[in-house]
Design a protein around this ligand. Sequence first.
Ligand SMILES: Nc1ncnc2c1ncn2[C@@H]1O[C@H](COP(=O)(O)OP(=O)(O)OP(=O)(O)O)[C@@H](O)[C@H]1O
Length: 792
Amino acid sequence: DQGKKLQANAKEGAVDPPKVEDNIGAVPHGLQTDSDVVKRESDSISSRSLRNNAEKFEFQAEVSRLMDIIINSLYSNKDIFLRELISNASDALDKIRFLSLTDKEVLGEGDTSKLEIQIKLDKEKKMLSLRDRGIGMTKEDLIKNLGTIAKSGTSAFVEKMQSTGDLNLIGQFGVGFYSVYLVADYVEVVSKHNDDKQYVWESKADGAFAISEDTWNEPLGRGTEIRLHLRDEAQEYLEESKLKELVKKYSEFINFPIYIWASKEVDVEVPADEDESSAEESSDGTSSEEGEDEAEKSEDEDTEKKPKKKTVKETTYEWERLNDVKAIWLRSPKDVTNEEYVKFYHSLTKDFSDEKPMAWSHFTAEGDVEFKAVLFVPPKAPHNLYQSYYNSNKSNLKLYVRRVFISDEFDELLPKFLSFLMGLVDSDSLPLNVSREMLQAHSSLKTIKKKLVRKALDMIRRIADEDPDEFSGKDEKDVEKSGDEDEKKGQYTKFWNEYGKSIKLGIIEDATNRNRLAKLLRFESTKSDGKLTSLDQYISRMKSGQKDIFYITGISKEQLEKSPFLERLKKKNYEVIFFTDPVDEYLMQYLMDYEGKQFQNVSKDGLKIGKDSKSKELKDSFKELTKWWKGTLKTEDVHEVKISDRLDNTPCVVVTSKFGWSANMERLMQAQTLTDASKQAYMRGKRILEINPRHPIIKELRERVVKYPEDEGVKQTAQLIYQTALMESGFILSDPKDFASRIYSSVKSSLNISPDATMEEEDDVEETETEPETKAGKDGADAEPSDLKDEL
Ligand SMILES: Nc1ncnc2c1ncn2[C@@H]1O[C@H](COP(=O)(O)OP(=O)(O)OP(=O)(O)O)[C@@H](O)[C@H]1O
C-alpha cells in the first residue's frame, strides 16, 4: 500500500497521497497485448491525456496552487525553466558521483556510467527533453518530490509570487521543477533509480499527476529524462539556436558536460544516379552544356571502373558539447572577471535578482592543508538569519573534495557567526572515499575553518577599507583610491546594517579573532553626528589623558542622549558610544579592552573623568547625608551612597557595580521569562546612589537631615528622590504603586491639600437597564463630564 509506505518514510508533513478517481482521460480499454499497450501509450501522448491505467495522485494543496500560479503567470522570462532543470540534473549527478566514491558499482557500465546531461529537440512532437545520468528517482521519490510533499519554501514562494509576480527566485525556494509549466502544458518525467524499476510521472498541472511503471520507453540505465510537451506559444524552445544560447547562458558553472543533439549540414558524396543526372541535363538546358563538357572531360580522365559520384547536403545529428567544465575556482583569480564572479554568485546561490554580492574573496591555501575557496557576502541577509541561531547548523558553503561535490550542509567549515557567507571550498587534502561522518571529523577541517575565518574577516575589512564614506574624516592619503568608488560608497554601512549583529556575535563567540572583529564594529556616539563610527576613529578622537573608552547602553539613542550619566562627560567634551541593541549588553561582557584601552560603562561604578575632583572636604561635608541616606535605603539593596563625578544638573543617579548587570541588562533579563529569579538576584549589579553636591535639592536635603534625621517627611522625600533617580537611571521600579503614592502625597502638599483629606463617597446609584441609545440621546454632551468624574 503506497499510502502507508509513504507515511512511514516521509520525515515531515507526511501525507497519504490521495488518489484521484480513475476518471482522468478515461478511455474504455479492452486491449491487452504489448503492442496494443505501446500504441495506447503513444496515443495518450499525442492527445496529452494521462495514461488511463496509471496510478493517479492529487498534488498537495500548496503545490497545486503554486502550479496554478505558474501556468497562468504572465511572467515574461520563461527561459528560467531551463536553468532550473539543468540545476536539478546537475544536483542529481552530484549525488550519484558522491555515492560512487564509496561504491564504484553504483555508476554502472558503458554509457550509464557517463556523468552527463543531454538535451534533445523533437519538432514533430513539439517536445523538448532533458536527460541526466544522475541518481534518478524511485517511484516513491517521484510521488514525494514531485507533488505530494510540499517543501517548506512552497508557501513562502506562493506568497512572494502573489505580491511581486517575480518568478526569477523560484530556485531559491526549492520548487524550481514546477517552472516547467511556464512553457509546457504536459510534462513527463521518466526516471530510473538503481533501487527501483523505471517509472513515468506525468501531469498536465490540473491538480493531479499519474505514475506508471515504464514498459514502453527505451531503458534509461539510470537517471531522469524530463519531457516537456511545449505549449503553442513556447515553440521557440524547439529552435536549436535558441536552446544553445540558453544552455550556454545557464550552464556556465555546471560541472558536468552538457550536450545537445545538434543537426549539422554535411556534404556527402553519393553515387550519382543516372536518371537524376539526365534529368538535370534536360532541365538545365543550354547553360549547362559547358558543365556537361567539363564533366565529360573528367570522366574521360577517370577510369570507367569508378562509379559516378556527386556531393549532396545532408542533415546529420550528433551530440554537441555546449559547456566547458573548468570550474571557476580552479582558475587563477586574476583571470576571472568581476562579471564572472557575479554570475557565479548568482548561479551558486540561485539568487537571480539584479543585486551583486557585496564582496568576494577567491584564494588558494597552501601548506599542510591545501584548498581553494571562493567566499561571497550576499547583498542581503536572509530574513531568518538570527532565528534559531543557536539551534540550526546551516552553513552555506559547498564542500568539494578534488572537484567532487560532497555536501552543502557541512557546518564544520565556518563558525555560526559567519553562516551568512556563501561560497565553496574545494580541497585536495581531504580523503575522497570516506563517509560524510568521517570527513566531518577529519583534522584538516579545523585548519580549513581557521583559514576561512581569517580570509572572511579580511574580505569584510576590505569592504570598509574601500568605502570612501568610511574615511570622510580621515586624511586623503589614507583613502584607498579605486576607479569604482561610487559603487563602493556606503557599502560598509550597508554591510553593517545587514550583518552587524553577526560581527557582534563573533566577538562574543570567537576569542581568537576578537580584536579583528572589534575593528569591524560600528556604532553611533555622542560625536558621530548620526553616522556610524568605529573604535579606531573613537580612539583617534580621544582627549589627551583619557584612558577609557566610554559607552552607555539603553533602549534608543534618543533616550540615551538625554541620560543624566552623560551630563558632565558631554560638558567636558568626552565621546560616549551608544549601544542600543540588546545584544550589545552581552557583547560588552566579552569585549573588555581594545588597543590597550579599557571599556567603561558610564552608568556603572568606576567612572573616572580626568583628575579626581572630589576634595576630602567636600566628601566630609556630605558625610552625614550619605551615611543617613544609606541607612534609610537598607531595604533597597543600596550598597553605597557617594558623591558623583558625572552629574551636572541632575540631583542624583543610581549606578551599578562594575561587574554586575547594568540597569539596561536588568531590564533585558526581566523581559526574558525563562531566566530564573535566583540568577537575577545574583547577577543584579549592586546599586550605588550617587549625589550631585552642587544641586540645590541635595544641598537642602543635607540641611534637613542634619537638623531632623528622624523626621518622617524628610525620609519620605529622600525615598521619592531615590525612586525618581532609579527611574531616570534606566531601572524598572519594582513597586510603581508605592512610587505613585509618594508622588501624589507630594502633589497634595504642593496643592495645599491636607495629608488626611479623604475621598468623597461615591453616590450609590442603582444600576438601571436603560437602553444605551436613549441614555446618550437624553444626556447628550452633558453626559461626558459626569462620566469622567465617575471614572476618577
Ligand atoms: N533530474 C532529477 N533527478 C533526480 N531527482 C530530481 C531531478 N529533478 C528533481 N528531482 C527531485 O525533485 C525535487 C524537487 O525539485 P525542485 O527543483 O522543485 O526543488 P529542488 O531541486 O530541491 O530545489 P531547487 O528548485 O532549488 O533546485 C528535488 O529536490 C529532487 O529530489
